[in-house]
Design a protein. Structure first.
Lengths: 193, 193
């Protein structure tokens, strides 16, 4: 952020009076521009013993598989957002169930909410942001080709929970590990609570 | 939003290519400025059979009582945010427990996450955004003086749950009712699922 979205003047980064953190503050009109975490909503859409994955057509992690998910929009609930993303990315209709996992990704300012869901029919196909959409059993799952740690962790929990009651929420944080070898595979630290 | 925060030129509201919704788009550099829901994090801090409430020193709903809660910040988890807000608003230290309620407020683009918590000591006092902080039993609770519907609904659930296992998450939406009499008391519709 370089300019004030209210008056167009340049902004400075400073701690406003009564605040504790540096913010973007307009040098002309004084407006404080807050930046807050974004919510990513999606679902684990199940059909018999299979779940729905999408192969990403876009960066980041193009060519890797993920659960249908995306940024929650103003004016919708988290569940509505999860259903909308599933329709957009997989042209798939789902009945959204209870919240299954809540993961904080503080290093990128994201909060992931992934819901249990029931796939309503097999008439799905790749949406604009996917190159391929498929149903996978646990054994068929492309574990080494999953796009994001939050999806891998959620799927590991999901398959180890199979057969259990099903209303338990899993919560945790995923932190990116700092590494001395920045070119190496990305490392994450997962904290469940 | 009237000006581009990247280049300072005026923005227009239009649907970007490949998108489904109107966004603020810069007329000069083309940057699309997304606006997404904000996450509010807070807690129900319990001490024996009492819970901690703060009387608001600021608008909206100045003079009304609420649970300690506020906007989640970048770089923190939801639980860390809930503990931070409790420290800021009530100078109170808490041990944050499991997520208790998740409410969508689509009409104002907010997602509320309220956690169970244990108040660690009685050395609390009003922070900058509170005029008063107190512990209340269910019978003492100022039900008609609660600031927000989301807090009233969460506290009703909380006291009706007392004695039960305690890891159940309550989820729902709170919609503002449109009313023909805009001067009248505000009306809400609550949907639990």
């Amino acid at each position: 952020m370089k300019f004030c979205s209210e008056c167009g003047a340049p902004v400075a980064v400073r701690v406003p009076q009564g605040d504790h953190r540096p913010r973007h503050v307009c040098k002309a009109c004084g407006t404080v521009h807050y930046q807050n975490p974004k919510v990513v909503v999606g679902c684990i859409a199940q059909w018999e013993d299979k779940i729905l994955l999408c192969k990403r057509a876009i960066e980041p992690r193009r060519g890797f598989w993920t659960l249908p998910a995306g940024f929650m929009e103003n004016g919708e609930s988290a569940r509505e957002g999860a259903a909308r993303e599933t329709l957009e990315e997989a042209n798939a209709r789902v009945d959204i169930g209870p919240l299954y996992s809540l993961f904080n990704l503080p290093h990128i300012g994201q909060l992931y909410l992934l819901f249990r869901a029931r796939l309503l029919d097999l008439d799905f196909s790749a949406g604009d942001e996917s190159t391929e959409v498929g149903l996978f059993t646990e054994a068929e799952l492309p574990w080494s080709g999953i796009a994001f740690a939050v999806v891998t962790e959620t799927l590991k929990l999901y398959f180890s929970d199979r057969g259990s009651a099903g209303t338990l929420l899993h919560s945790g944080d995923i932190h990116r590990e700092t590494t001395r070898n920045p070119g190496s595979e990305r490392h994450y630290r997962v904290l469940l609570y």
